[in-house]
Design a binder for this molecule. Structure first.
Ligand code: SF4
Ligand code: SF4
Ligand code: FES
Ligand code: FES
Length: 438
């Protein structure tokens, strides 16, 4: 008798019926999955809805990590259902799927995002161009400003970070990580006209953050809201200096110009270079000029020092973030398929700030003994990060999201991926293959 392929998972899903009310409950399902590396949590929900319980409610749209609508809590951790693979969880583990925390539940896994967008709105999430800005107002991609903003602009408003943040529950007025991250991207944008008002709106919230890093840990777009919030706090520290220098400069600019107190017309003596022969007080004039020069230099120095300090500390912070790779065992070299690709789920523990996090990452290893060659491919598609799988029949790496296809050497064969598959560093010790996870 042919042996059955795959694994049967026990799946517990939170159910809430608004017509009944109460605290809700969990329903339990058994689901047989043939290939867990190629099955997402969204696939699990869709199959349960189609095959076992058509009343199950959940939300999704794009299926490719772009719309943010499928965010749920899976085995205690927030994530996008369409991005999380079943194989991310050890085979023996049951799956528990519940709605996001801190959001009112509408039905089952569907939450009301209204309060989230209200908080967003309070932080002025829109761009307001400055009066003097020229079109097109460009920020160069390699500028310090753009690099500091980084990919914080990639937020898809999924709400995972807000769900993971315990402080959201403690402070009613707390804007939460995603809205503050949005404010951060605009506060650093030199073209934006709402700097003061925006900073004023988010300042109190920034101090509600307790630097727990939960938001950073769960963001499916790998945005560090913690970093964004800390950056706003640094802007707040320099704000009194900036405001003082600005008001001094404004006062100086609105003071009467040279000679205004004596005559409406320019002073002929000064115009002819005969200083001291007119009614103007040249010393006063020189003094004011010196004062203005000092304010300007001072303003420049304060902002250069402060901005420099903020940016330097950010980049120092970023460089400090660089970690030593963790060498994760991927099995015996001899067990890998010869001349073919083997998918291996790497399991390892990563130190994330103050605690350790268990990780599961699928990688694809190509081995060719004749050429004495081993290549380890990252399974993330270089288009939008969906999981790529090896199709042995077509001899291609395929991405189901938008039809991306990669050759055996990792180069792009078809579809939208802009780059070849990423490779991971490896080494072989005593016949065991070790892969570097950074
Ligand atoms: S910052 Fe990340 S986790 Fe938070 S809403 Fe945006 S994409 Fe989602
Ligand atoms: S770092 Fe701040 S915003 Fe992020 S989870 Fe912690 S308290 Fe919340
Ligand atoms: S369905 Fe759009 S992000 Fe998952
Ligand atoms: S994510 Fe679009 S093709 Fe892979």
């Amino acid at each position: 008798m042919a042996q059955e392929q795959g694994n049967t998972r026990k799946v517990a899903i939170y159910r809430y019926d608004p017509t009944v009310g109460g605290d809700g409950h969990y329903d339990h399902y058994d689901l047989h999955i043939e290939d867990e590396t190629n099955t997402t949590i969204l696939d699990v929900l869709l199959r349960i809805q189609r095959e076992q319980d058509s009343t199950l409610a959940f939300r999704y749209a794009c299926r490719v990590n772009m719309c943010g609508s499928c965010a749920v809590v899976i085995n205690g951790r927030e994530g996008l259902a369409c991005k999380t693979n079943v194989s991310d969880f050890a085979e023996s583990k049951d799956l528990t799927i519940r709605p996001l925390n801190h959001f009112p539940v509408v039905k089952d896994l569907v939450v009301d995002m209204g309060p989230f967008f209200e908080k967003y709105e309070e932080c002025l999430p829109f761009f307001e161009p400055r009066d003097m800005s020229e079109e097109p107002a460009i920020i160069r991609p390699d500028s310090i400003e753009r690099r500091a903003i980084g990919f914080s602009t990639e937020c898809i408003a999924c709400g995972c970070c807000v769900s993971s943040c315990t402080m959201v529950n403690y402070h009613d007025g707390y804007a939460g990580p995603a809205p503050l991250n949005r404010a951060f991207t605009l506060l650093l944008d030199s073209r934006d006209a709402l700097y003061e008002e925006r900073l004023d709106r988010v300042l109190q919230s920034c101090y509600n953050c307790r630097t727990e890093f939960n938001c950073t840990e769960v963001c499916p777009k790998e945005i560090s809201c913690t970093r964004s919030i800390k950056f706003i706090q640094r802007l707040a520290i320099k704000e009194p200096f900036r405001a003082k220098a600005k008001s001094k400069a404004e006062a100086a600019a609105s003071a009467p110009a040279h000679g205004e107190n004596v005559a409406a017309e320019p002073c002929a003596a000064h115009a002819s270079g005969e200083a001291g022969q007119c009614g103007c007080d040249e010393n006063l004039d020189t003094g004011r000029r010196n004062f203005l020069a000092k304010v300007t230099v001072g303003l420049g120095a304060v902002s250069a020092l402060t901005v420099g300090g903020v940016l330097a500390s950010t980049f120092v912070g970023q460089s400090l973030d660089k970690k030593e790779p963790v060498w994760v065992p991927a099995g015996k070299l001899g067990d890998l398929k010869e001349g073919d690709v083997t998918t291996v789920n790497l399991r390892y523990v990563e130190n994330v700030g103050f605690y350790n996090q268990e990780r599961v990452k699928p990688v694809m290893i190509y081995r060719n003994q004749e050429e004495d060659k081993v290549v380890v491919y990252d399974s993330r598609c270089t288009h939008l990060g969906c999981s790529v799988h090896w199709d042995a029949r077509q001899k291609l790496f395929l991405c189901a999201c938008h039809g991306g296809a990669f050759e055996l050497d990792g180069s792009v064969k078809a579809g939208p991926p802009p780059r070849p598959l990423a490779t991971l560093e490896h080494r072989v010790e005593n016949g065991n293959i070790l892969i570097a996870m950074v």
